[in-house]
Design a protein around this ligand. Structure first.
Ligand SMILES: NC(=O)c1ccc[n+]([C@@H]2O[C@H](COP(=O)([O-])OP(=O)(O)OC[C@H]3O[C@@H](n4cnc5c(N)ncnc54)[C@H](O)[C@@H]3O)[C@@H](O)[C@H]2O)c1
Ligand SMILES: N/C(=C\C=C\C=O)C(=O)O
Length: 500
């Protein structure tokens, strides 16, 4: 298959001599300090990226604040809906550049980038354009016990300057999932993408520039997290709210610095998601669906399944069929649309995932498939590839069943009855997502609401309605985004009471 070697970003305003630039106050900034972007496919440097410093972040915050009181403040919900639709159109015009950017940064397969990651960019903007254009105001005709009458109505205003800090696994999808509602509600944003995935964020800035988003409304600052642009941004006094997606530990660190200024936070954090496979499930669907929910994007999706609980009567059959699927995952270059096995985002992350493979063996697990690092005999040996892996034989207390691994790996565990399945699934510090595979509709509706998870899919996975609440409980997050839940986070409400 063709080797993926993008002539990425050449000739676009977002780069200067092959270096990705910040976008602040409506212009791409001259490059100062930089850091390298390494390809997870080959281990070679493919790009250089501007590293934001205190001055970059300060400037971004002040231009974002200034923009809040400029023409942007006088836009109506319909004006902003029209702008979001223009952005969606421009994202679609840049579709192939965005695919190239996502694949270059992450090594994900071109087919996934084309069907999942990139289309969700425009979809997110369209969803929130529709939402804000049709958002009713809340009002009540009031009569009180002592006979007074009034009209109460609540008006929405923007929160202000919003910090958007996002991870490397679904870069464009996750960034636009936050930027679209933030702009819909009239805020200004400063995006700090992951240092691992700067490219699609830079194309997004080019899209904003071309869509004539008013200067200072959308800002992009590249850089690292702790002690760098990320932390400088989330701890900045001029930020009014923080929307963050990433590791739970990072969430706590951000929350500590946000506490000083009582900043509103919306956190989408880690997960240790369970699949519950009942004996009455359509096993073909359950095997196919669980293969997807375990191995999509190399297991680097917060919603991915890492714990597979299977009713004892079908445990052996399901175990053997899922193990076969793991072994049949197709290796290939990212440009090959049939490729299913992708590299971890970095050698560091691969080392982390591999350490859990070794830990599982030390904890007494059986390795049914994978368990190591593949060899290609070509440039990919310099990349961060790892084998899709299936484990079994451990209990819920094993670290492999308690800690998020965030790789192409799951552990299979049998259960006898419904209560045991629910109890085992809920034995986790996390509470993000779960899947339930059963043909019994009564069982589906009994079990799903009992699961301590923000999102439960029945006989499906990662099927999304962008109006529904999205988020996790326990260590998986704070708050919900999606539909009106995003409007509630990205706006302040003023209730007006008029006596009649
Ligand atoms: N719940 C969700 O919707 C969701 C979605 C995707 C990923 N995730 C989680 O994200 C994690 C993987 O992504 P990651 O490795 O990029 O996460 P991460 O927490 O290491 O980094 C996320 C972002 O935060 C920045 N950052 C890191 N430390 C910071 C700090 N102290 N202050 C401010 N910013 C900081 C990083 O530069 C990056 O932009 C996994 O745990 C995964 O479960 C959750
Ligand atoms: N936030 C969303 C997906 C998150 C995936 C996590 O890796 C979404 O689909 O809106």
């Amino acid at each position: 298959a063709a080797r993926w070697s993008p002539e990425l970003m050449a000739g676009q305003p977002g780069t200067e001599r092959g270096v990705l630039r910040h976008y602040v106050g409506g212009r791409f900034l001259p490059v100062d300090a930089t850091f390298p972007k390494i390809s997870p496919v080959t281990g070679r440097m493919i790009l250089e990226v501007a590293e934001g410093d205190e001055e970059t972040v300060d400037t971004a915050v002040s231009v974002a604040r200034r923009a809040l009181h400029g023409p942007w403040a006088r836009t109506s919900p319909d004006d902003r809906a029209a702008l979001l639709r223009r952005i969606a159109d421009e994202l679609e015009r840049r579709h192939e550049d965005l695919v190239a950017a996502e694949v270059a940064d992450t090594g994900k397969s071109v087919s996934q980038a084309r069907t999942l990651d990139v289309p969700r960019g425009a979809a997110n903007f369209r969803a929130f354009a529709d939402l804000i254009a049709g958002a009713p105001l809340e009002a009540f005709q009031t009569t009180t016990a002592d006979g007074r009458r009034a009209l109460n109505y609540a008006v929405r205003r923007p929160v202000g300057v919003v910090a958007v800090v996002v991870p490397w696994n679904l870069p464009l999808l996750l960034t636009t999932w936050k930027v679209a509602p933030a702009l819909a509600c009239g805020n200004t944003v400063i995006v700090k993408p992951s240092e691992e995935t700067p490219s699609s964020a830079t194309v997004l800035a080019e899209v904003m520039d071309r869509a004539s988003v008013p200067e200072g409304v959308f800002n992009l600052v590249h850089g690292h997290g702790p002690g760098a642009a990320g932390e400088l941004l989330t701890s900045h006094a001029g930020i009014d709210a923080i929307t963050f997606t990433g590791e739970s530990g990072t969430g706590s660190a951000i929350m500590r610095s946000a506490a000083a200024g009582l900043k509103a936070v919306s956190f989408e954090l880690g997960g240790k998601n369970a699949a519950l496979v009942f004996a009455d499930a359509d096993l073909d669907a359950a095997v196919a669906g669980t293969t997807r929910s375990v191995f999509t994007n190399g297991g680097q999706v917060c919603l991915c399944t890492e714990r597979v609980l299977v009713q004892r009567a079908v445990f052996a059959e399901f175990r053997d069929r899922l193990t076969d699927q793991a072994r049949q995952q197709r290796y290939g270059w990212p440009a090959d649309p049939h490729t299913q096995v992708i590299p971890m985002i970095s050698h560091g992350h691969r080392d982390k995932v591999l350490s859990y493979y070794h830990l599982a063996t030390q904890e007494g697990a059986t390795v049914l498939a994978g368990g190591g690092v593949p060899t290609f005999g070509d440039d990919r040996d310099g990349g961060a590839y790892i084998q899709p892996t299936v484990l079994a034989g451990l209990g819920s207390d094993a670290r492999v069943n308690r800690e998020e691994i965030f790789g192409p790996v799951c552990h299979l565990q049998p259960f006898d009855d419904e209560d045991e399945a629910v109890q085992t699934a809920n034995e986790s510090d996390y509470g993000l997502a779960a899947t339930v595979w059963t043909s019994d509709v009564h069982r589906a509706h009994r079990v799903a609401p009992r699961l301590e998870a923000g999102l439960v899919w029945v006989n499906s996975w990662f099927l999304r309605d962008l109006r529904s609440p999205f988020g996790g409980m326990k260590a998986s997050g704070i708050g919900r985004e999606g539909g009106r839940h995003s409007l509630d986070f990205y706006s302040e409400l003023t209730n007006v009471c008029v006596e009649l």
